[in-house]
Design a protein around this ligand. Structure first.
Ligand SMILES: C[S@@+](CC[C@H](N)C(=O)[O-])C[C@H]1O[C@@H](n2cnc3c(N)ncnc32)[C@H](O)[C@@H]1O
Length: 206
């Protein structure tokens, strides 16, 4: 692995400092197609209230705000650098009160129950501790009928493709079956797992 790729990979799970900012900007571009394809798989009403967990550099927040111009979009991330970058990326919408970003973790979501129509998580699920508890937390903050979508550019498929990354950082790739079981264990009665090449989407409906 070359040094640039290593810098980026070691900053993916909790971006910090200069290389964190570079990585966040790159991720906005690199995850654009995954995100845009994922957002086509769920309906987002014009007045939807949405949460993006692990919002990184903030591009998904902007996409959600475009889809729900009469709604409100929230972002959380464990990284203070990500929170700053996401606010800067969405400066105009933040000023207008359409987007709000704060520090927070999937394990301790700073929102009341039954708040959101949609919760998204793009390229972040690999890094979460205690995933069943995180998904339970998400189910609680969703409204009845609300949807949670996980979007990932990679999953565990036995090909060995993820081994190089696993040697560099603490990261947990799931199989499609594991994803489905995590959603079911967290109480999502209706779950759907969609594989598209190396990509995977998992959708739970409350
Ligand atoms: C690979 S980046 C993806 C960022 C963005 N979603 C994107 O697609 O460009 C993963 C992000 O998830 C955040 N993160 C990791 N664990 C988290 C957790 N438990 N709760 C909230 N955010 C988390 C990291 O700080 C980082 O900004």
């Amino acid at each position: 692995m070359n040094w640039l790729k290593r810098k980026r990979i070691t900053n993916a799970g909790d971006p910090k400092g200069f290389w964190g900012v570079v990585t966040l900007a790159n991720m906005n571009d690199d995850h654009a197609e995954l995100t845009d394809e994922g957002l086509k798989k769920i309906e987002i009403k014009k007045d939807a209230v949405c949460l993006d967990i692990g919002c990184g550099g903030g591009r998904t927040l902007a996409r959600l705000s475009n889809l729900a111009p009469q709604g409100k979009i929230y972002g959380v991330d464990i990284s203070g650098t990500a929170v700053k970058c996401a606010k800067l990326y969405n400066a105009a919408a933040v000023r207008k009160g359409l987007i709000s970003v704060k520090k927070g973790s999937a394990l301790a979501l700073p929102f009341p129950e039954n708040t959101f129509d949609t919760v998204t998580a793009v390229e972040t699920f690999y890094f979460w501790d205690n995933k069943v508890q995180c998904v339970k937390n998400i189910k609680e903050v969703l409204k009845d009928g609300g949807k949670f979508i996980v979007m990932l550019d990679a999953y565990e498929d036995g090909s060995g493709d993820n081994e190089e990354i696993k040697r560099e950082i603490k990261i947990d790739f799931n199989t499609p079956e594991e994803l489905e079981n995590i959603f079911k264990s967290a109480g999502f009665a209706k779950t759907e797992v969609i594989k598209e090449g190396k990509r995977i989407y998992a959708i739970g409906t409350k």
